[in-house]
Ligand binder design. Structure first.
Ligand code: OSB
Ligand code: MG
Length: 368
């Protein structure tokens, strides 16, 4: 493929409902949309970098800068045999995985469209439907939390994840368990604790949680290994796993028993497949994380989730939980059995609504 044109847009969409993590509460989502083109055929990629550098150091502004000044010249400069070659071609750029991923994923979409196959097939996926879970943010009250958990179970979701932070953890889980014993339940701390909190986190052990996601700092594999020796609940790493090498290190040091895969964090589909394969080899289950994506990024996530070692429900939920309307039509729906059907058309296989994108656009640039 030869990428002839890259369009970069900065978009803002209001969230259907606020989302609160240990980083704070948000009411809307700002992100970049990358559209690439060859012979008039498009490829779409969503950059999951946020307005602020809280989840990762990347922001919409750094991603814009890195794509425009450094990634686009490489991507536009030569023909690629396969989208899997793009990440390696960007090696000289250190980090900035979210910026790289947006362009790489757009290239995969274009590649699959040109081949006339669904992206899932191009990625090596095998499923026709994926299992959906939900991530429920911190609420104003524990009563509201329990209500939301019940509503999502009612909608069919196959596992519930709640966000935790100091002051909103053991009691929150206790309240849910008191009412809904036995449901598949997990927690995500987004790095809100320190190793000294181990005795406190061990109080979660009696609730039979599927896992605790990223309890400690984003760059701390050593302390996660120490923590895992002090708690029974399996640790899952999200923020800490930026590369195949870090995944290997975390597994080797027993810093986690499960890995959350987000292509934005890892630099795209190719690196995600490599972490997926490595984890499979080492007997570590993976699941697909979410970054409050619009339907475009969400469609990518669905396709990647069709690989066989995505053996736990992901944070890949229905459009209506996030954006109404979504940027795609029809929107992504979760069936009453808690699964999402994988789109069958070429590429990401969803129809992108141009005027909704135009309406949400704050800035736009075209690179050739
Ligand atoms: O840690 O998984 C996370 C959203 C934004 C940033 C980080 C995370 C999340 C979520 C939401 O948990 C997942 C989703 O529903 O998209
Ligand atoms: Mg997480």
């Amino acid at each position: 493929m030869r990428i002839e044109r890259i369009e970069l847009r900065l978009l803002r969409l209001p969230l259907v409902r606020f989302f609160e993590t240990s980083f704070g509460r948000v009411y809307d989502r700002t992100f970049l949309l990358v559209t690439i083109e060859e012979d008039g055929a498009p490829g779409y990629g969503e950059c999951v970098a946020d307005h602020n550098p809280f989840y990762s150091y990347e922001t919409t502004v750094t991603a814009w800068h890195i794509i425009r000044e450094f990634i686009a010249p490489v991507a536009l400069g030569r023909a690629f045999e396969h989208p899997r070659d793009l990440f390696g071609a960007l090696r000289a750029i250190r980090g900035h995985n979210m910026a790289k991923a947006a362009v790489e994923m757009a290239a995969w979409d274009l590649f699959a469209r040109q081949a006339g196959v669904p992206l899932s097939r191009a990625l090596g996926g095998t499923r026709t439907a994926i299992e959906s879970g939900v991530s429920i943010g911190i609420q104003d009250t524990l009563d509201e939390l329990v209500e939301r958990v019940e509503a999502e179970l009612e909608a069919g979701y196959r596992r519930i994840k709640i966000k935790i932070k100091p002051g909103w953890d053991v009691e929150a889980v206790e309240r849910i368990r008191a009412r809904l014993d036995g449901i598949p339940l997990m927690v995500d701390a987004n790095a809100a604790y320190a190793l000294d909190d181990a005795p406190h986190l061990a109080r979660l052990d009696r609730f039979d949680l599927m896992m605790i996601e990223q309890p400690l700092d984003y760059d701390d594999i050593a302390d996660h290994a120490r923590l895992q020796q002090q708690i029974r609940t399996p640790i899952c790493l999200d923020e800490s796993i930026h590369s195949v090498r870090l995944a290997e290190e975390a597994i080797a040091r027993s810093a986690c028993r499960i890995i959350n895969i987000k292509p934005g964090r890892l630099g795209g589909h190719q690196q995600s497949i490599r972490v997926h394969d490595l984890a499979a080899e080492r007997g570590i289950p993976v699941w697909h994380g979410g970054m409050l994506e619009s339907g475009i990024g969400r469609a990518h996530n669905i396709h990647l989730s069709t690989l066989p070692n995505f053996s736990l429900p992901g944070d890949v939920a229905a459009s209506r939980r996030y954006y109404a309307p979504d940027l795609i039509d029809p929107e992504i729906v979760v069936r009453p059995d808690g699964t999402i059907t994988v789109p069958e058309g070429p590429g990401i296989g969803v129809h992108v609504v141009a005027d909704r994108i135009a309406a949400a656009t704050l800035e736009r640039v075209e690179l050739t």
